[in-house]
Design a protein around this ligand. Structure first.
Ligand SMILES: [Zn+2]
Length: 155
C-alpha cells in the first residue's frame, strides 16, 4: 500500500496534463513502514528520454519518443537521493504518465523497473488525467497492482 495525500495526487495529475502529449515523470520521497509506503514529497522531474533522436530504433518513431517513454537524468536521481537522506527519507517510488493510454505498465516500464519501489502511472486522455494506479514488482519481476491510500480519506 502507498499513502498519498490529495494534494500530492493533484501535483502528479497537473504535471501529467502539462506535459501532454508527452510523458511526465517524477520521484516520490518518503518513508517505508509496516503499513506500506508514505509519500512525503513529490519531486517533478524533466523527461530526458532521447531515444527519438537516435537512429537505433527501426519502425514507428513515435513509439520510441517521449510520448511513449520517459527517463530521469542520473544526476537528478542522485540529487533526489541526497535530498531524501538529508531529511531522513528515502526514494519510495516513481511516477509517470501514459498519454492516451491506460494506467498499466508497459513491457518497457517492467524492464526498467527496480524491485521494492512503487511505480505510479497516471493515464491522460485528450489532455485530461483520468485513472491513477500504483504498481510494484513481485518476486518474479512481474508488476502487481498496489493499493493507493488517500490520506485525505477518512476511513
Ligand atoms: Zn509507462
Amino acid at each position: 500500500m502507498i499513502h498519498l495525500s490529495e494534494e500530492q495526487l493533484q501535483i502528479i495529475r497537473i504535471h501529467a496534463q502539462k506535459t501532454y502529449p508527452e510523458e511526465c515523470c517524477g520521484i516520490l520521497l518518503g518513508h517505508l513502514s509496516d503499513g506500506g509506503k508514505t509519500v512525503v514529497k513529490v519531486m517533478s522531474t524533466e523527461n530526458v528520454w532521447e531515444g527519438d533522436t537516435t537512429a537505433d530504433f527501426p519502425g514507428d518513431r513515435q513509439e520510441y519518443s517521449k510520448r511513449r517513454r520517459y527517463a530521469i537524468a542520473p544526476q537528478v536521481m542522485l540529487q533526489a537521493q541526497k535530498q531524501a537522506r538529508a531529511q531522513n527519507m528515502e526514494i519510495v517510488g516513481f511516477y509517470h504518465s501514459h498519454p492516451d493510454y491506460q494506467a498499466i505498465p508497459s513491457e518497457f516500464d517492467r524492464l526498467y523497473a527496480w524491485p521494492k519501489y512503487s511505480y505510479i502511472i497516471v493515464a491522460v486522455e485528450n489532455g485530461i488525467s483520468t485513472n491513477v494506479n500504483s504498481w510494484c514488482l513481485d518476486a518474479t519481476d512481474l508488476f502487481q497492482p498496489e493499493k493507493i491510500c488517500n490520506l485525505g480519506e477518512k476511513l
